[in-house]
Design a binder for this molecule. Structure first.
Ligand code: SF4
Ligand code: SF4
Length: 598
């Protein structure tokens, strides 16, 4: 057995709410008179002495907020980590390998050190090699170079710390960019345009219409594109992209993938963290898996080929190391749910038309039933909001028929990125769910499945992007709404949680007899989640039309046909893989009209 570590997630430690340091009162070592668990005089949180802790397992079981983890590290980790954030804090054991002229895709759970690895490799964080009290940065840099001296990473760190490596970094939380700079898009991009390519990139990613807008006026997808362009047009030796596909439609995901791939031609090294596995698959030349335990420790696997790397991740098993890092496999095959043909109608519509000054849309015949989960995919700017407002009686159509089951449909809406309030998770959810929050069903099917129980006492302002997303989805899936609209619920959420999220949404739709409309661009997530599809087509920003609801496969096929993209299914994992344009499979599927799988 390897070294034992004790982790305390300080944001989950609430001594005043657990009965005044419950863990201290329960620890057998403390009861014998030693200070195994004590109060941190500065933070007032619990702290554990890893030397005297016997690993009895009482405190992690009894802490009501799941703040404590006692971990026996695997034997092979009997070395010091590359970085530890502090006493009782997360440890990262190794780093992905930087390779010039290659795109390395990083896959792993949230909270397992992916961003920390990027921070270290970009020079923003000097690793402490486990000695979290060390203060001499120059000495730490020397020690890091020495630690890696037998590998190419030793040379990388030598060059990095001599300021001979230029880094470009696209962060995960793009919405924070407009808080730092709220000028016009064009002014920001011109300021960082070292390759004189800003105009070309603006055209390539269709930002012409918004280039004179301020950053705070952009949609999530537009802001993501600006952040990506700003990174790409800097001259750099290494580029980091932390979740580049969030908020982008499929066409843009593929364009961005090509853009990132093109950096190889400049002989740059590229690293990408991505949770949309179809995009990760398309973007990467190799894969490294980061595994371990969330908030506790992270370990990077060796580099693997893209297909095997992603499939091993889904299996939860690394064959070359004989390591099982998850006790279940992620499977995408789902049983086709028998849709209730007698389900009550929520709304039906026929031949709707609506025109604005610069945009017009047409909607063919369709009906939405209670209990259904509908997915909207396709490009942005085709009138999703206009359509949803018309069918919910919030916007009058110019012509056509709408029949609503009742006069006012109750709608719950989760926008792309809601602004967090200064409130605890518990109070936020209570506000939406009321007394239902206490029910067994809600506790089990929403709070437990979304892993929210342990953060109920946390403030929304201090949550990660993924946690915040799940809290807002939970808020939306509360109360008695007829129509739930979730705009991009998969953003910032890892693959495991995307599966849980899909199950929660499906379960809610059935139990509450509500229709859920989900706007999302992760093909795998949508395929797993949706009963039916609403297909949006047209010329973004100018005109749009809506077909459906259609059967899932038919809808996918229609959308992908309009985007001229084909997907195949991986024979081992069943996951969707994007075909390279003009590849044999791409041509074959197009000639058969099978844009979605063969
Ligand atoms: Fe209470 Fe848990 Fe914090 Fe210990 S770790 S003081 S049991 S909240
Ligand atoms: Fe004390 Fe360690 Fe047991 Fe926790 S696991 S109660 S710290 S001995």
């Amino acid at each position: 057995m390897g070294r034992r570590i004790a982790i305390i997630e300080e944001d989950k430690c609430h001594p005043e709410k657990c009965g005044n340091y419950l863990c201290i009162r329960l620890c057998p070592v403390n009861r014998e008179g030693e200070d195994c668990i004590s109060k941190n005089q500065l933070t007032k949180k619990a702290t554990i002495d890893e030397v005297t802790c016997t690993g009895c397992g009482i405190c992690p079981k009894r802490c009501p907020f799941g703040a404590i983890h006692i971990i026996n590290l695997p034997e092979k980790l009997d070395t010091l980590p590359i970085h530890r954030f502090g006493k009782n804090n997360f440890e990262l054991f190794n780093l992905p390998t930087v390779k010039k002229g290659s795109v390395v895709g990083i896959i792993g759970r949230n909270g397992i050190g992916k961003s920390t690895a990027f921070e270290i490799l970009s020079g923003n964080l000097i690793p402490n090699l486990g000695d979290f009290n060390a203060e001499d940065k120059e000495l730490l840099k020397e020690s890091t170079i020495t630690k890696y001296s037998n590998t190419q990473m030793g040379e990388y760190f030598r060059e990095l710390y001599s300021n001979n490596i230029k880094v470009s970094y696209k962060p995960q939380r793009i919405e924070l960019i407009s808080k730092i700079y709220d000028g016009k898009v064009i002014d920001l991009l011109k300021r960082v345009d070292e390759k004189n390519k800003a105009d070309e990139m603006i055209e390539f990613l269709d930002l012409e219409n918004v280039k004179n807008n301020k950053l705070s006026e952009l949609s999530g997808g537009e802001l993501q594109k600006v952040a990506i362009i700003a990174s790409v047009i800097k001259k750099a030796d290494i580029y980091f992209f932390d979740e580049p596909s969030s908020f982008l439609d499929i066409t843009s995901r593929i364009k961005v993938a090509r853009l990132i791939q093109s950096l190889k031609e400049e002989k740059a090294a590229v690293m990408v963290i991505e949770h949309d596995i179809a995009t990760l698959d398309y973007i990467s030349d190799e894969i490294q898996i980061l595994y371990g335990e969330r908030a506790c420790y992270g370990v990077m696997s060796i580099s693997k080929g893209v297909r095997n790397g992603i499939n091993d991740y889904l299996e939860g098993y690394l064959p070359e190391d004989n390591v099982r890092f998850r006790d279940y496999k992620i499977k995408f095959s789902r049983s086709i749910k028998e849709l209730n043909q007698d389900a009550e109608l929520l709304v039906s519509y026929k031949n709707l038309k609506k025109s604005f000054k610069n945009f017009s849309m047409e909607v063919k015949e369709g009906e939405i039933k209670k209990g259904e989960v509908l997915a909207i995919m396709g490009s942005n700017g085709l009138g999703k909001s206009t359509f949803l407002n018309m069918i919910s009686n919030r916007l009058k159509s110019d012509s056509g028929e709408i029949n609503l089951k009742k006069k006012d449909i109750n709608i719950s809406y989760k926008p792309q990125y809601p602004v967090p309030e200064d409130i605890t998770v518990e109070d936020y959810i209570k506000r939406h769910a009321g007394e239902e929050m206490k029910s067994g069903w809600y506790q089990q099917n929403i709070l437990e499945k979304l892993n929210l129980k342990s953060i109920l006492q946390n403030n929304l302002l201090h949550l990660s992007g993924g946690e915040l997303q799940k809290v807002y989805v939970a808020g939306c899936l509360s109360g008695e709404s007829d129509l739930i609209i979730l705009d991009e619920p998969s953003a910032f959420i890892d693959i495991e949680d995307r599966i849980h999220l899909a199950e929660v949404i499906k379960e809610f739709a059935q139990k509450k007899d509500a229709a859920c409309v989900v706007v999302d661009h992760d093909v795998q997530f949508v395929e797993y989640l949706a009963d039916k599809m609403l297909v949006f087509q047209g010329d973004p920003g100018k005109n749009g039309s809506v077909i459906g609801p259609t059967e899932r496969e038919e809808g996918m096929n229609l959308i992908l046909k309009s985007l001229k993209i084909t997907y195949r299914k991986d024979k081992d994992s069943n996951r969707a893989r994007i075909n390279k344009p003009d590849s044999q499979l791409d041509k074959e599927q197009k000639s058969k009209g099978k844009y979605y799988f063969i």
